[in-house]
Design a protein around this ligand. Sequence first.
Ligand SMILES: *[C@@H]1O[C@H](CO)[C@@H](O)[C@H](O)[C@H]1NC(C)=O
Ligand SMILES: *[C@@H]1O[C@H](CO)[C@@H](O)[C@H](O)[C@H]1NC(C)=O
Ligand SMILES: *[C@@H]1O[C@H](CO)[C@@H](O)[C@H](O)[C@H]1NC(C)=O
Length: 355
Amino acid sequence: MSRPIKPSSSRRPTFIHLICAATIFSLLVFLIQSYFFTSTPSKSLNVEDVQILSDFQSDVQQCVANRGFGLTAHTVDHCKLVLKFPKGTNSTWLNPQFKTYEPLEYTYDICEAVLLWEQYRNTTTVLTREYLDARPDGWMDYAAKRIAQLGAKDCSNRTLCEEHLNPILPASPPFHPRQFEKCAVVGNSGDLLKTEFGEEIDSHDAVIRDNEAPVNEKYAKHVGLKRNFRLGVRGTAKNMVPILKGSDDEVLVIKSVTHRDFNKMIDTIPNPVYLFQGIVLRRGAKGTGMKSVELALSMCDIVDIYGFTVDPGYTEWTRYFSEPRKGHNPLQGRAYYQLLECLGVSNDFPLNVLY
Ligand SMILES: *[C@@H]1O[C@H](CO)[C@@H](O)[C@H](O)[C@H]1NC(C)=O
Ligand SMILES: *[C@@H]1O[C@H](CO)[C@@H](O)[C@H](O)[C@H]1NC(C)=O
Ligand SMILES: *[C@@H]1O[C@H](CO)[C@@H](O)[C@H](O)[C@H]1NC(C)=O
């Protein structure tokens, strides 16, 4: 089944304001915090509180119905929602490991998502020496988890761990909350080629990109030319040098673990390189794209995201600069993206989803 990615009448669709002014959204955050941080959560929510959460959910449901191209949202409780693809959605992607097709239903905890983002607003998301020193198991166990190919199960040989981490470990946070007013996060979706947001993307105070995303004249009108941050997974280390070429101050943030390939590469480039420091919480999607949104939320007052859509037939995950890649899970991505878009219905989120 072919689905239009957006109504043809509106090129500039949605606004998602994630978190911001002191209005309904702050109230929501407050409610959710009391809900999560009390030992008897049910007692801390009175009838009106539950009403506010329910109303918010209804808005999200309505939004999914209007913009989800067939996706529907179903309430489980006042925090949980299930997003369902229509029966018969052609999910051709087979998970080779489990020999199953992608599920057509995804459950999300909106309260958790909102809380997570609110936490990111106040934290810096780069691993620092300060953080390792302060954390009781910081140097021994935690540091070891962030180094691949360590050849040791912990950091009892501190010298060894220092050698691995020193090139990417600032003493204190290099960026602070709300350092930038407006940021653009540019995903790698092939759908970017259907729009021309290049200039708009470049008008942001900072632009965050993912992995091997090329930035050059060929794609300029679709993805812009400005480059400030790039989040990369370890597999991209070997291709990273030519990609960073010509942009000495683009900050590279390594997504999960550092390893020898990165360290070798870091020696050869002038760019600042850090290790991402995420808040550990369960959540719906953990791709590089979502991490880059989290990175942005930790540094920017307003975050606009581009290029996170999945191809209309939901059959594969396309990238603007390469052939479609089988193996990514398009339905999960599509559902999470829709949730993200629709959480903005309160109009107080600082995150704007711009296809
Ligand atoms: C699903 O898509 C695949 C490849 O795109 C196609 O071969 C197949 O016939 C489709 N199945 C249905 C039921 O539309
Ligand atoms: C984040 O910081 C703001 C302002 O300093 C504060 O009002 C808010 O409660 C903080 N949120 C969290 C989750 O710590
Ligand atoms: C600790 O690591 C350093 C650096 O790799 C190495 O030179 C040293 O021999 C190691 N010490 C022990 C006791 O293994």
